[in-house]
Ligand binder design. Structure first.
Ligand SMILES: Nc1ncnc2c1ncn2[C@@H]1O[C@H](COP(=O)(O)OP(=O)(O)OP(=O)(O)O)[C@@H](O)[C@H]1O
Ligand SMILES: [Mg+2]
Length: 300
């Protein structure tokens, strides 16, 4: 019988659609059944897992285990229409989507395809959400790289591991989201020792970005645009700034939230908006959810 802790972890991974974790747990459980000579049980589980994964994910995408600690396949939560984006930004994104859905026209005209987007702006303004929404819109699997983790945990091996990650995304049509890009691509500096390692990482990143086919879309995100090496920023062909919402946007968002949920907040917007001005979108979304929760649960 499988251990109850494994079953619980498996259910949780399935519930959150964390396919990488799901697969890792399932494989460990199957291997355990085999070591106990329970071949029938192992095979039954194997078939169930295969069926579940092929129903839920793109079948060809299986991440190599060496990169599994800092790269994973993620299921986007929000669609493009659920994000509040200022009209200028939305127009650029819509154009990008249009280009990607009419590739053959551009190819016939001999025009290069844009496939590298750089998202910059303070925390909580939708960089991660937009990368996910784009993947959803283009119907591409979303592969997420946690740059800080690869640098922190694999110092000395980062450039090599990065090469493996690129090898994977080169072979698979996907949207490759490089979060916390500044931890991999900070400005080059002189000096030896640790600095040399960072310079190697940056060089590896630049070479790999150059070798990427235009069928793979890369979205880089950073809270510290000024820290990026200019050679890296130059590699991106669509730069989008995602800033804090204006008072007008906050007002629109709160009104739309109330309408969508048929839940009047009963608080004058003139009291609320100034308190949220200057804060990121995540705080505005949080405010609406808090108020919604209070109204659902009552005051006591
Ligand atoms: N433009 C937006 N419209 C609506 N909601 C948004 C928007 N931006 C952010 N949010 C809300 O804020 C939450 C956090 O956003 P997200 O994680 O995408 O920000 P981020 O820019 O990636 O932040 P960080 O730099 O900390 O990684 C989202 O889950 C969403 O609820
Ligand atoms: Mg983010």
């Amino acid at each position: 019988m499988p251990r109850s802790a494994d079953v619980a972890a498996l259910i949780q991974a399935a519930g959150t659609r964390d396919f990488y974790v799901f697969k890792a747990i399932a494989e460990a459980m199957i291997a355990r059944e085999r070591t106990r000579d329970q071949e029938d049980a192992a095979r039954t589980m194997e078939l169930a897992v295969e069926r579940y994964l092929s129903d839920s994910t793109t079948p060809s995408l299986r991440l190599p285990s060496e990169i599994g600690a800092f790269v994973w396949l993620e299921q986007p939560r929000l669609g493009l229409s659920e994000l509040f984006l200022d009209p200028g930004l939305l127009l650029k994104i819509r154009w990008f989507v249009r280009e990607r859905t009419q590739i053959s026209k551009l190819r016939e005209a001999g025009l290069p395809l844009r496939n590298r987007i750089l998202l910059a702006g303070p925390p909580g303004n939708g960089k991660t959400s937009l990368a996910g929404a784009l993947a959803k819109e283009l119907d591409l699997p979303l592969i997420v790289l946690k740059s800080q983790t690869i640098v922190d945990s694999y110092i000395g091996r980062t450039a090599r591991l990065l090469e493996m990650v690129f090898e994977f995304v080169r072979r698979n049509d996907c949207l490759f989201f490089m979060d916390e890009l500044d931890s991999l691509g900070a400005k080059r500096q002189g000096g030896g020792g640790g600095q040399q390692e960072y310079n190697n990482i940056l060089n590896s990143l630049l070479v790999n970005l150059d070798r990427l086919p235009d069928t793979t879309i890369v979205v880089g995100a950073t809270n510290r645009l000024g820290a990026l090496d200019p050679a890296l920023t130059r590699r991106f062909n669509l730069d989008l700034h995602m800033g804090n919402p204006s008072a007008t946007d906050i007002r629109k968002y709160i009104l739309a939230y109330q309408a969508k949920n048929e839940m009047p907040f009963g608080i004058p917007l003139d009291h609320v908006v100034p308190r949220l001005e200057g804060k990121p979108w995540s705080k505005v979304a949080e405010y609406c959810q808090d108020r919604h929760r209070e109204l659902i649960l009552g005051s006591d």
